[in-house]
Design a protein around this ligand. Structure first.
Ligand SMILES: *Cc1c(COP(=O)(O)O)cnc(C)c1O
Length: 355
């Protein structure tokens, strides 16, 4: 006898992480290339001396720091083992098998996978011709069964960002019992003043009695802690409480909590790094456009090359030049902005591509 596992999981593709190839430059996972700050490494080392104890499952100190920083009550913050886990917790909090999650496509790889893992139905709404989220089409796609809608801003992998009025108009079209989740994994790389701070936008919605807006943030990208796994959601008290109910106990470990607090202490220094990445993003985009590529304006730490059928050839070409990008076959390639020399290596490869 073979163990009977869920039949619906057999058709589910696994999450494909960015490739790591020894000796190659990795621009495939939207990580920050610079290593952790010495102060953060010290905090991790200090916390390591106490790993015989369970972590604080409520992440009390971290939540209090975030509450102060964001100006929201602690009860409205829920931490998770990376914000990808919070995506799953949000779906678990809102959906059963009868329900549906609406999300843009192409967008974050994890949305369809986590939706299927929970057992809900996923509804993919194609991007606009300009590679941005089509909020009108997303509003049209909502059905009686829809319980949650993801708004990835800026969007992974295209880098496009929505403006305040666009998101507000969208929220007005969403029924009040459907949760709108603004995923801000790349918020710290935004330099367009018309792109909202999701938490501030959510506060104005909560103030008008709209409790159905939540925001996701992560320490993996701008704060450079991808390897430690910690993110957070800011939501109405009721939604934050359900997130804590479906939280796997102790899943944000003690080193991650200490490193996140140390990163908030060193926030100014880390945000200076983000500004440098933003400057490089502009340079890389201009050089790619000069070389004949289409590159949508990006508000994240990566650029998107909508190469369509040429994507696989571009990917192989970059690999031959020892640069690992993230290719989505038939669609395009996402390239993380790294250090200047890494970006130069990528640009040299891109300029030599004739596919
Ligand atoms: C990277 C990313 C995340 C989550 O990252 P974690 O490492 O799990 O915190 C969430 N959403 C988007 C859109 C991302 O690109």
């Amino acid at each position: 006898m073979t163990v009977r596992t869920r039949a619906d999981l057999s058709s589910l593709p696994g999450y494909v992480p960015g490739r790591s190839i020894p000796g190659a430059i990795k621009l495939a996972s939207n990580e920050v290339s610079a290593g952790p700050l010495p102060s953060v490494v010290r905090a991790i080392a200090d916390a390591a001396t106490a790993v015989n104890r369970y972590p604080d499952t409520a992440a009390t100190d971290l939540v209090a720091r975030l509450g102060d920083k964001l100006g929201v009550p602690n009860e409205q913050i829920a931490v998770g083992c990376g914000s990808v886990t919070l995506c799953q917790q949000l779906i678990q909090s809102t959906c059963t098998e009868a329900d549906e999650v609406v999300f843009p496509w192409r967008s974050f790889e994890a949305y369809p996978i986590l939706t299927s893992v929970v057992g809900a139905a996923g509804s993919r709404v194609p991007l606009t011709a300009g590679h941005g989220l089509d909020l009108d089409a997303m509003a049209d796609a909502l059905t009686e069964r829809t319980r949650l809608v993801f708004v990835c801003n800026p969007n992974n992998p295209t880098g496009t960002a929505l403006r305040t009025e666009e998101i507000e108009r969208f929220i007005d079209r969403v029924p009040e019992d459907v949760l709108v989740v603004i995923d801000e994994a790349y918020k710290e790389f935004v330099d367009d003043p018309h792109v909202p701070d999701g938490v501030e936008l959510a506060k104005t919605q909560w103030a008008r009695g709209r409790d159905n807006v939540a925001v996701l943030r992560t320490f993996s990208k701008a704060y450079g802690l991808a390897g430690l796994r910690v993110g957070y959601a800011v939501a109405s008290p009721a939604v934050a409480e359900t997130l804590r109910k479906v939280y796997v106990p102790f899943s944000v470990n003690a080193l991650a909590q200490a490193a996140a607090i140390a990163s908030l202490d060193a926030e100014d220094e880390l945000l200076v790094r983000c500004r440098a990445i933003v400057a490089e993003r502009g340079r890389v985009r201009s050089e790619l456009i000069a070389a004949g590529y289409e590159v949508p304006v990006s508000q994240a730490n990566f650029v998107w090359l909508p190469l369509g059928a040429r994507t696989d050839a571009f990917n192989e070409h970059c690999l031959a030049h020892k640069v690992v990008v993230r290719a989505f076959s038939g669609d395009g390639a996402r390239v993380t902005i790294g250090e200047v020399d890494e970006n130069d290596a990528f640009l040299a490869a891109a300029k030599a591509f004739s596919g």
